[in-house]
Design a protein around this ligand. Structure first.
Ligand code: TYD
Length: 219
């Protein structure tokens, strides 16, 4: 029996872009089409990487210097790739990942100013040329995103808000980072305009995924 090829899709964007809701919708969309789906996230996604997540997302915004933060991101990512993502793809599953290495390029490279090239070098050292088959970048104006994220955090009073509390210049640099990433990787990345209601954004996402699947001949 031939196994369907696995499919690795990452979801990217700034704070409050609604990608977590959209991941759930895409999970149902694939399940309805008979595909086995694994939903995972970064930082995290394997037991070791979840422990590193806790170090990364709690505490003062200045808890880690930029280089240490980037190294922790890639340490957790390597564990996640080796123990969760690659095995699932090997079984022909669809892997939907809430953030992946492009977040390190945007947050640590652009946001914290380490530079995209520096992060791409770490990417190569940690996981070689492993990358998503498709990256969906949920884009919206920074003030809209921070307002949405603020409402969410007021509700949960969560402690995992270290990045949300960085200044608005930081978030502007992030947005530019993701736009540059999409421009430099047109075959892999699709920008989804996320400044609309949930159903409209879902339609845009499904259309990007469908066109990618038919281009691959697996749709
Ligand atoms: P999370 O609560 O999962 O936020 P979101 O819903 O916005 O994805 O926290 C993840 C945070 O970690 C988020 O603020 C982005 C940041 N991050 C990086 O800075 N670099 C990375 O490589 C990754 C994966 C995440």
């Amino acid at each position: 029996m031939s196994v369907m090829p696995g499919l690795f899709i990452s979801f990217e964007g700034g704070e409050g872009s609604g990608k977590t809701t959209q991941i759930r919708r895409l999970e149902s969309w694939f399940s309805q089409r008979g595909r086995a789906v694994v939903v995972t996230r970064e930082p995290g996604g394997s037991p070791g990487a979840e422990e590193i997540r806790n170090l990364l997302l709690t505490g003062d915004p200045g808890r880690w210097d930029a280089v240490t933060e980037a190294l922790l991101m890639f340490a957790s990512r390597r564990d996640h790739v080796e123990r969760t993502i690659r095995p699932a793809l090997g079984e022909g599953k669809v892997v939907l990942c809430d953030r992946f290495a492009d977040s390190s390029v945007a947050y640590q490279g652009y946001g914290h100013g380490l530079g995209a090239e520096y992060i791409r070098n770490l990417w190569h050292v940690a996981i070689g040329d492993f990358k998503p088959d498709l990256t969906l970048i949920f884009d919206l104006p920074v003030d809209v995103g921070l307002k949405r994220a603020g409402a969410r955090f007021a509700n949960v009073s969560a402690a995992e808000d270290r990045f949300e509390r960085m200044g608005s210049d930081f978030h502007q640099r992030l947005r530019q980072g993701f736009i540059d990433i999409a421009r430099e990787n047109p075959e892999r990345c699709r920008i989804i305009d996320a400044d609309s209601d949930i159903d409209t954004v879902s339609e845009r996402m499904i259309s990007a995924v469908s066109s990618r699947l038919s281009a691959q001949g697996t749709g």
